[in-house]
Write a protein that binds this ligand. Structure first.
Ligand SMILES: O=C(O)C(=O)C[C@H](O)[C@H](O)COP(=O)(O)O
Length: 206
């Protein structure tokens, strides 16, 4: 699947931080059971790569991405663990090289028109607006759509179930990202039913 197909496969991409490795597989199963198959497991915690490996092996329905990619050497490791796309809060020359060298498609983060233009020059037309709400939210996306109509966004950062629909209604938005499907207290309690209910609500958006 290319990035466009991945973005169109789910209205919401949950941003996942695994503090306890034993949570990875049941969490992924709970999200998939709710109809959310595109998952972004971040490298924010020490368990990121191991979580990707476990989910890739045990939850084949998941379309698995690696998040918080900030170093080029993480691309090959994440690809080998089973990730099929990568997400970064930003874009650097090193990350462009890491993506090209590993073959792992990258959804890079941008938050200004100049960054959108620089990403586009580097060949990226699917972008993460990050942090979406502090960057200006829906107003920013609509303003960018005028002069820069040929890029598509996954806004992430500050979005909730309540506000996701207004982002998804923007013509330059394919999906949104967010951590609200994986509340830390639900994970700590092993409340997978709550995660599935949140995923069902998110899958119903659009
Ligand atoms: O870890 C990364 O790579 C990020 O870019 C940050 C996350 O995408 C946001 O922190 C999610 O935002 P919230 O939904 O507001 O929690």
């Amino acid at each position: 699947m290319n990035l466009l197909e991945i973005m169109r496969a789910s209205p919401v991409i949950p941003v996942i931080a695994i503090d306890d490795l034993t949570h990875a597989v049941p969490l992924a199963r709970a999200l998939v059971a709710g109809g959310i198959r595109v998952l972004e497991v971040t490298l924010r915690t020490q368990h990121g790569l191991a979580a990707i490996r476990a989910i890739a092996e045990q939850v084949p329905e998941a379309i698995l991405g690696v998040g918080t990619l900030t170093r080029s050497e993480d691309f090959a490791a994440a690809r080998d663990a089973g990730a099929v796309f990568g997400v970064s809060p930003g874009l650097t020359r090193e990350l462009i090289q890491g993506s090209l060298a590993s073959g792992l498609p990258l959804l890079p983060g941008v938050m200004t028109p100049s960054e959108v233009m620089a990403a586009r020059e580097a060949g990226f037309h699917q972008l993460k607006l990050f942090p979406a709400v502090p960057a200006g939210g829906v107003g920013m996306l609509n303003a960018i759509a005028g002069p820069l109509p040929d890029v598509l966004f996954c806004p992430t950062g500050g979005i909730s179930q309540e506000t996701a629909a207004q982002f998804l209604a923007c013509k330059n938005v394919a999906c949104v990202g967010g951590s609200w499907l994986t509340p830390k207290d639900a994970l700590a309690a092993g409340d997978w039913g709550r995660v599935t209910a949140l995923a069902k609500a998110a899958a119903g958006l659009k």
